[in-house]
Design a protein around this ligand. Sequence first.
Ligand SMILES: Cc1cc2nc3c(=O)[nH]c(=O)nc-3n(C[C@H](O)[C@H](O)[C@H](O)COP(=O)(O)OP(=O)(O)OC[C@H]3O[C@@H](n4cnc5c(N)ncnc54)[C@H](O)[C@@H]3O)c2cc1C
Ligand code: FES
Length: 257
Amino acid sequence: MKLERAVVLSQEELYEDTYLMWLSCPPVAKGASPGRFLMLHCGDAYDPLLPRPMSFHRFREAAGERQFAILYDVRGRGTSWLSTRKPGDELTNFGPLGRGYAVSQEAQNLLLVGGGLGIAALIALADQAIGAGKSVTLLQGARTARKLYPPDLLPPEVEALSATDDGSAAHNGYVTDLIPQHLSWADQVFACGPTPMFSGMAKVVREARSRKPVQALLEERMGCGTGVCYGCAVFTRRGVRLVCKDGPRFELRRVFS
Ligand SMILES: Cc1cc2nc3c(=O)[nH]c(=O)nc-3n(C[C@H](O)[C@H](O)[C@H](O)COP(=O)(O)OP(=O)(O)OC[C@H]3O[C@@H](n4cnc5c(N)ncnc54)[C@H](O)[C@@H]3O)c2cc1C
Ligand code: FES
């Protein structure tokens, strides 16, 4: 996989410890789509050595090129370093990688379910679906109100509902509590979030006796991002699969039963 140089166009702390960074890197932007990801070197020289996977958060046409954004939480050394980058800085990266979300042409009503920073990958999908004239309901869950993605940054056509674990905003509870009342409306369901959210979702879908397809975007720790190191292997009903190469999009019930 060819290494590319991305130029930082802007960087801001959008909400608590969550950063939005716009990047210019036409070779990586080409072929990128919602649910796919890139591998970003997050350090000077070789420390940390391994690149970090990041989802494509948003796309835009500007300055005669396709640009993309990432939305990330500061978690450890790599993302702390990333949060100190300034416009004009260059980052080494490669991509686009993986199999992203697949929206069926016939599907009109899309239900998007994001837990925590899982929202990062869903916004590009919401943008694209609204642009294609589809109806989108976005259910978002966060620990607390301060960690909710600002609803005013969503396309206005999106119906957005949220849940917070501590009840500081909207529904007091898990985002999965909101799914049953929207499941029958949806033609397709798309999700991204932590493993407990997926387990909860699988239970909700099972209890509703729904056979609707649910595309879940898994996030595993990754070494190479290209199917070489086997660091991202997961067990599925069809045997062991690699999140970076076979995913990150998987049918929910094939991984969480
Ligand atoms: C396909 C894919 C897409 C991703 N998209 C995004 C995104 O859009 N925005 C974003 O903020 N993060 C995303 N992640 C997670 C991101 O890669 C990690 O947050 C990042 O690697 C942390 O690097 P670090 O050096 O700051 O932390 P480290 O020092 O490497 O780790 C600190 C802590 O972060 C957690 N962590 C590290 N890697 C992961 C991981 N892959 N998944 C879950 N938790 C992890 C662990 O709890 C770990 O203890 C994605 C991961 C994958 C696999
Ligand atoms: S990250 Fe190396 S095989 Fe997936």
